[in-house]
Design a protein around this ligand. Structure first.
Ligand code: ADP
Length: 262
């Protein structure tokens, strides 16, 4: 079973507008010689616009490395990555920083809010730094979507973990980025707060047309996605469309069993 092959369109042209991020033959190596680790081993991947994609796989399979490389937070050893039709592999640091700032949103496991700023100021901070005015109607919509209305003037320490992550999600969405990357965005939250955040991410795809890529090890979190990509040993080994938590869990068990017998 290798649906990863069919999930990668065979042609390089003609569908660019439907593809938010594209990776071709991505290799990320750490170290050299006998101790070299291939964190990513010739990965081909297309992230479709307006879709919620979950990246899963065992610990050490390359999930975070793939996310960071696709997001331009880390460099590749070889291969090619395009974001919205722009090749980012080979961009100068300054251009890459600008592209990240203008076109990408991030949500991490740690909320990464500035403690001295209010929720509202944290949400608009990246745009303030970029010298861009948030679209007020869009901002209102984001804030309504994540349900922060009453707490906008609170500082992060006056907010629960779930509320702080809502601020981080609103911050990621505020600049209308081409793509939002999440690295275990619910990893620090209890299941109820996690479900809320995942619900907001889902809504932002359904109602706002956002593109989201999320690393997770949680089948329930993955069930909010449109599509799951499974990594093992730095390769895409499987994929699933319209995942349910049970289907994801069963697939993971099958991988584990295979891993033990091989
Ligand atoms: P995952 O997110 O699936 O747990 P990672 O992407 O963090 O996996 O790591 C993939 C592989 O690359 C692992 O074998 C890991 O030990 C290795 N790795 C990741 N970062 C580094 C690094 N900075 N230096 C050396 N090896 C690394």
């Amino acid at each position: 079973m290798n649906t990863a092959v069919s999930s990668t369109p065979p042609t390089e042209t003609g569908e660019a507008s439907a593809v938010a991020a594209r990776g071709r033959q991505i290799v990320k190596a750490y170290g050299a010689g006998e101790t070299q680790v291939l964190a990513l081993d010739h990965i081909d991947v297309d992230i479709m616009r307006g879709q919620f994609t979950a990246i899963m796989g065992p610990s050490g399979s390359g999930k975070s490395t793939l996310l960071h490389c696709l997001a331009g937070l880390d460099t590749v050893t070889s291969g090619r990555i395009e974001l919205g039709g722009t090749e980012i592999t080979g961009l100068k640091d300054k251009d890459l920083t600008q592209l990240r700032r203008d076109r990408i949103g991030f949500v991490f496991q740690a909320f990464n809010l500035l403690p001295t700023l209010s929720a509202r100021e944290n949400i608009t901070l990246p745009m303030d730094i970029a010298g861009r005015q948030p679209d007020p109607a869009w901002l209102d919509r984001i804030i309504a979507t994540v349900g922060l209305g009453e707490r906008l003037e609170h500082r992060p320490r006056q907010l629960s973990g779930g509320q702080q992550q809502r601020v981080a999600v609103a911050r990621a969405l505020a600049s209308q980025p081409d793509i939002v990357f999440g690295d275990e965005p619910t990893g620090n939250l209890d299941s109820r707060a996690g479900a809320e955040i995942l619900g907001f991410l889902r809504t932002s795809v359904d109602d706002l047309g956002q593109t989201i890529v999320m690393v997770t090890h949680d089948p329930v979190a993955a069930s909010y996605a449109d599509r799951v990509i499974y990594l093992a040993d730095g390769r895409i080994v499987d994929g699933m469309e319209s995942p349910t938590a049970d289907a994801v869990l069963n697939r993971m068990k099958a991988f584990d069993a295979r891993g033990r017998t091989s």
